[in-house]
Design a binder for this molecule. Structure first.
Ligand code: B12
Length: 166
């Protein structure tokens, strides 16, 4: 509530046109939730609607929701240490769904248990189909903000072999 008591200063602007819908999710093993709340608020502040699928999202549910929503972007967060393994599995399933082959998809958080020192898996996640990998200790929220400001309009460059380049 403001001092005048009429409306909350925390309410999002009512008359701005949404830039699209972003799916925020974690993966099957991960029960942490505040990372998802943080990302939802950040992405909403950047002008998008957000569908937050919450913690411990099974692969088939994630794929089904993304196919149904046809989002401008999929943002996956993982902090429990299984992010690399689960990300490698999940990105394949998402990209196999034809409609999602060109959807910008990123993963970030604490993707392993090395505190950001082991960066080898970042290239592997990119090669597997992610457009951005934001590993704590390597790149952060500011890099992600730069990415989201350009990625949805840029789209993915699909090659003839159906692989893609960022
Ligand atoms: C609260 C908590 C829990 C709670 C979660 C409750 C809930 N409903 O959320 C409970 C007790 C359930 C829990 C369980 C476990 N936890 Co825990 N947990 C934490 C704790 C203390 C805080 C997490 C939090 O809420 N942070 C606040 C949010 C806003 O920030 P964040 O999660 O750090 O996310 C930030 C960044 O990672 C980044 N980010 C995250 N995702 C993304 C995505 C993108 C695209 C981008 C750009 C950025 C980004 O942005 C966020 C804001 O800066 C952390 C330690 C810590 N102090 O951080 C450990 C921690 C995450 N947990 C950890 C572990 C190991 C576990 C367990 C495996 C423990 C166990 N042996 O059972 C289980 C796993 C459960 C599961 N199935 O996932 C480890 C992970 C280690 C790692 N990855 O190297 C941590 C880091 C503790 C530690 N130092 O060891 N945990």
């Amino acid at each position: 509530m403001t001092e005048s008591g009429s409306e909350s200063e925390l309410e999002p602007p009512q008359n701005e046109v949404s830039k699209g819908t972003v799916v925020v999710t974690t993966m099957a093993s991960d029960s942490h939730t505040w990372n998802l709340v943080f990302l939802q608020l950040l992405i909403e502040e950047l002008g998008y609607d957000v569908v937050n699928l919450g913690p411990c999202v099974p692969d088939d549910l994630l794929v089904r929701e993304c196919r149904g929503i046809a989002p401008a972007m999929v943002v996956i967060s993982s902090v429990n240490g299984h992010g690399y393994q689960e990300g490698m599995r999940v990105i394949g399933k998402l990209r196999e769904a034809g409609e999602l082959v060109a959807t910008p998809m990123v993963i970030g958080g604490k993707l392993g248990i090395s505190g950001g020192e082991d960066t080898g898996h970042i290239d592997e996640l990119m090669a597997a189909g992610f457009d951005g990998v934001f590993q704590d200790g390597v790149s952060g929220v500011a890099d992600f903000q730069k990415f989201i400001e350009t990625a949805p309009t840029k789209g993915r460059q699909i090659t003839e072999t159906s692989g893609a380049t960022a």
